[in-house]
Design a protein around this ligand. Structure first.
Ligand code: HEM
Ligand SMILES: [Ca+2]
Length: 336
């Protein structure tokens, strides 16, 4: 099929003339929010923000507007919710850039997440749909899952927002570029896997390794023992990796970059338009930068092997080699 191409005044090419307005916004985001296209703290936080914005929605009605940017506009309300701990840093950073763009808050929050994620090697190129109207109200409290929640409660909240258990695990691929600032405030920037700057499947492997330590003043609420000094493990990630409803979805991600990318991309495409009338949105995915590739394979961190895996799915476990040397100590993410 022939794809329509439009050349914008600045020379960029896109499928739809309306998308031309977004290329300068992408450049602004890269310069002013992401420190020059980095996969750093702000990119990670922009992805988390898109989730906390969008999940304020119910297919049964009676919750918020979903992926509408309410978390930015009504941040004084939503950053006060316990589950949004630490989100105030990225809302403050985004407030400095947002007024320069002319975008709606929903378009801004969800474009920033797509662009920030694209700065991380190995990420899929996320879809971006353009044209969300301004948000009308803050989301209510208790829509964002917490690491202290049970698997039953987490799956129920996601089901209420329209997601299957397999899609929940797909969305949790995001924790491959994640770190915690407020779970244990004594150790801000503590990563969830040993490759926090790469959108690989390492987090799915490392959450299965036998936990032996708390990286700071643990245990904190929502924290369980991790296998590596300097690594944070969320109780929710661990329980989802072990639960019969999700353990095989979790294990299937390990060292399958293609599966992870396509499932994460599809689930994010759904998340980032929750509550929106998609018939009124324009597909501007071609303004999102193409992420660098990660070719893999992943490895066990040094000193770990198959015998350290707490396998909870009966399918064959993928063969994975071990990095040479002594067990690593992970460094915190700078700027946290
Ligand atoms: C069961 C569901 C989830 C729970 C309980 C959960 C919980 C958490 C917690 C406690 C943190 C650390 C916050 C801090 O201390 O600073 C975190 C970080 C993060 N989460 Fe989740 N999360 C969930 C699902 C998701 C989803 C669906 C996404 C995106 C699609 C996401 C993206 C992130 C990212 C990118 C970070 C790192 C932020 C940064 O490094 O600044 N999470 N999550
Ligand atoms: Ca990673």
């Amino acid at each position: 099929a022939l794809t329509k191409r439009v050349t914008c005044d600045d020379g960029n090419v896109t499928a739809n003339k309306a998308c031309c307005a977004l290329f300068p916004v992408v450049s602004l985001l890269q310069e002013q929010l992401f420190d020059g296209s980095e996969c750093g703290e702000e990119a990670h936080s922009a992805l988390r923000l898109s989730f906390h914005d969008a999940i304020g929605f119910s297919v049964n009605g009676g919750k918020g507007g979903g992926a509408d940017g309410s978390i930015l506009i009504f941040n004084t309300t939503e950053t006060g919710f316990h589950a949004n701990g630490g989100i105030d840093d990225i809302t403050a950073d985004q407030w400095k850039v947002f007024p320069q763009t002319g975008l709606s808050a929903g378009d801004f929050v969800h474009l920033a997440a797509a662009v920030g994620t694209a700065n991380c090697p190995g990420a899929p190129r996320l879809q971006f749909m353009f044209g969300r109207p301004p948000p009308v109200a803050a989301a209510p409290d208790f829509t964002v899952p917490e690491p202290t929640d049970s698997v039953t409660d987490i799956l129920a909240r996601f089901a209420d927002a329209g997601f299957s258990p397999e899609e929940v695990i797909a969305l949790l691929s995001s924790h491959t570029i994640a770190a915690a600032d407020v779970v244990d405030p004594s150790i801000p920037g503590t990563p969830f896997d040993s490759t926090v700057g790469t959108f690989d499947t390492q987090v799915f492997l490392e959450v299965l390794l036998k936990g032996t330590l708390f990286p700071g003043n643990g245990p904190q609420p929502g924290e369980v023992e991790s296998p590596l000094a300097g690594e944070m493990r969320l109780q929710s990630d661990f329980e989802l990796s072990q639960d019969p409803r999700t353990a095989c979805f979790w294990q299937q991600m390990i060292n399958d970059q293609t599966r992870m990318q396509s499932q994460f991309k599809a689930a994010m495409a759904k998340l980032q338009v929750l509550g929106q009338d998609t018939s009124k949105l324009i597909d501007c995915s071609d303004v999102v930068p193409q992420p660098a590739t990660f070719s893999g394979p992943i490895s066990f961190p040094a000193s770990f092997s198959q015998s350290d895996v707490q396998q909870a799915c009966s399918s064959a476990f993928p063969a994975i080699s071990t990095v040479a040397g002594p067990a690593p100590t992970l460094a915190p993410v700078p700027g946290s």
